[in-house]
Design a protein around this ligand. Sequence first.
Ligand SMILES: Nc1nc2c(c(=O)[nH]1)N[C@H]1C(S)=C(S)[C@@H](COP(=O)(O)O)O[C@H]1N2
Ligand SMILES: [Mo]
Length: 381
Amino acid sequence: MPTNFSRRDLLKAAPAALPLLAGRVRADEPPFTGLTVRMHEPRNLEFPFSSLKSWVTPNEQFFVRSHFAVPKVDPKSWKLTVEGEVENRVELTLEELKALTAVTRPITLECAGNGRVFLTPQARGLQWGFGGVSNAEWTGVPLSAVLEKAKVKSGAVEVVLAGADSGIIADPATPGPIHFDRSLPLAKANQPEVLLAYKMNGEDLPVSHGAPVRAVVGGWYGMASVKWLTRVVVTRTPYTGFFQTLDYSVWERKNGLPELVPVTTVQPKAAIARPALHETVPAGQPYKVFGAAWAGEQKLERVEVSADGGKTWETATLTGEDKPFCWRTWEYAWKVPAEKGTSKLLARATAADGTTQPEKRDPDRRTYMINHLVPVEVLIK
Ligand SMILES: Nc1nc2c(c(=O)[nH]1)N[C@H]1C(S)=C(S)[C@@H](COP(=O)(O)O)O[C@H]1N2
Ligand SMILES: [Mo]
């Protein structure tokens, strides 16, 4: 793909090439924002974590994770149904949803596969680096308000959120085309950090992020935040759909019996934005190590940094906004050694309940919940 610069140059030089080039510029092509393409179709894009600047990620830099093609949803005919174990089946138009009391709150989303590129041996699935994570301010209606309208029957246990997108996955195989869907226990569904959002950072929700309405589930990995939401189905038994059994599940051992359980809450993680992997840093000078850290439903307690591959640790300074269900920026003044060579930087987050990042990867987590310590090797010159 030519860069904007070379494309412009080419257009000047050879007007005859115009139709050919125009054919290559797709209507849904985002402007160049430094996002890394992890999959072309459906389009999956990674936030360029080493260029982290602002606490709120601009919409055009927010990572995109989609399993199927973006569905065509006309906001004028869009409806949300609330059905299943409810007294009143509810149907809401976009206008009716927007008429309900709105809330705006920042929430960080991290894909359960974020960091997968660091797994050895290489795991199947999208090869996210550090940037399968972003933070935005979402405006919408708490899911609880809509559930209240529908009057959930006693005995109900879960709420399934279903998207308008659908398709086939080959391996493991879906039973023909299926929609993307995911469930929440009723107790989580009723928490104030679970929104039906129609605005992102003050703008109408972008198409790639689930327009006109998506769920945003604070504290849970991204797969729970169903995009292009059209159905809310209340159930009497725990849901065992594709995306929480064959996909997005991990092994849990109870009484020595391993069983698959759905991926749920985000684990603590600190990620280094700068220096970037393999960056060259000046020898003998101070360097401000900078990054973000988060702890899901927990409060982030502290971030520590090691500049010697984990032998010694020092506390980093937490900076900027401190909001629940959001990442926090941090920095650490590193005294770079005078000798030339390499250094392995590590950052480690600890949550309020004492949970911290494991040194080693736990294979029971399959290809999800990736928060073991990943060294950022840099050159000192
Ligand atoms: N309908 C639908 N919702 C979805 C998905 C999807 O493929 N279809 N992907 C999920 C996953 S795995 C993640 S990590 C988040 C990503 O949200 P984003 O694309 O806005 O970053 O959306 C979730 N919601
Ligand atoms: Mo994800």
